[in-house]
Design a protein around this ligand. Structure first.
Ligand SMILES: O=C(O)CCC(=O)C(=O)O
Length: 242
């Protein structure tokens, strides 16, 4: 994490509990709701309080880390051309980290995460990525050659700091959908941006049902830039936000 800006840990959660999460997401989708509504269920929050995850976040961010009210449930159908989010960085600050937890195996075929390790690119690469409109042939070659595929089994955990450029690739005809959830955390004692409030101490309590719905509403609004189909839930999302 320190050197490359990301980490990958295998077998943090049991495959059977991940299967349960995946089936929950699929039931929510089958009932006609976007996958993120699965996050109204407690299991999507209690997994963040398991000792390995808490130790991991303490190791990366320090004791007293907090959660940002930002999360999403990713669902990539196993069909050619389906894809995850476009290349981006999660923010500007390195004192934050995102966790990405696959509930099904994320493979080269169903659109696993790719990223560019921070150690391989010039220092300001991630920060500049949002602003730069053009890259030279030489720069593009370096980015392509340095990118790294991160196939990740169900129950593993991926994480990256906010300055790491990452994305979900395009799926081919895969056997299984790629189902995962992403969460964001901030180091203790760091001033949060207004858009990052309210912070939540997840080791003390999980958000209430109403808070979860509110966060789902916020996420639908914030992330329709990555998933334009979510724009049709704009009115509902605004109501959930209160
Ligand atoms: O799962 C994906 O396609 C992208 C995940 C991601 O970039 C994120 O949650 O920030």
């Amino acid at each position: 994490m320190h050197e490359h800006g990301y980490f990958q840990l295998d077998s943090i959660f049991s495959r059977s509990s991940m299967r349960h999460m995946r089936l929950t997401v699929e039931s929510v989708r089958a009932a006609g709701w976007p996958a993120v509504f699965a996050m109204a269920y407690e299991e999507f929050w209690t997994i963040l309080r398991t000792p390995p995850v808490a130790r991991l976040l303490e190791g990366v961010l320090g004791t007293g880390y907090q959660m940002l009210p930002h999360m999403w449930c990713h669902y990539v159908t196993p069909s050619a051309g389906a894809h995850g989010w476009l290349p981006h960085v999660d923010g500007f600050h390195k004192t934050r980290v995102s966790l990405w937890i696959p509930f099904s195996d994320a493979t080269l075929d169903n659109g696993c995460i790719y990223l560019v390790p921070q150690s391989r690119m010039p220092d300001q690469f991630g920060r500049a990525f949002l602003r730069r409109k053009r890259y030279s042939h030489q720069e593009a070659s370096a980015i392509l050659q340095n990118m790294r595929a991160l196939p990740a089994g169900a129950g593993s955990v991926l994480g990256w700091n906010f300055g790491v450029v990452h994305w979900g690739t395009v799926a081919s005809n895969a056997r299984e959908p790629r189902v995962s959830a992403a969460y964001e955390f901030i180091a203790p004692g760091v001033k949060a941006e207004p858009v990052e409030l309210p912070l939540l101490n997840i080791s003390e309590r999980i958000p209430s049902f109403d808070e979860r719905l509110q966060m789902i509403g916020r996420a639908l609004i914030a992330y329709s830039k990555f998933e334009p189909r979510m724009a049709r839930y704009e009115k509902l999302a605004a109501e959930l936000c209160g």
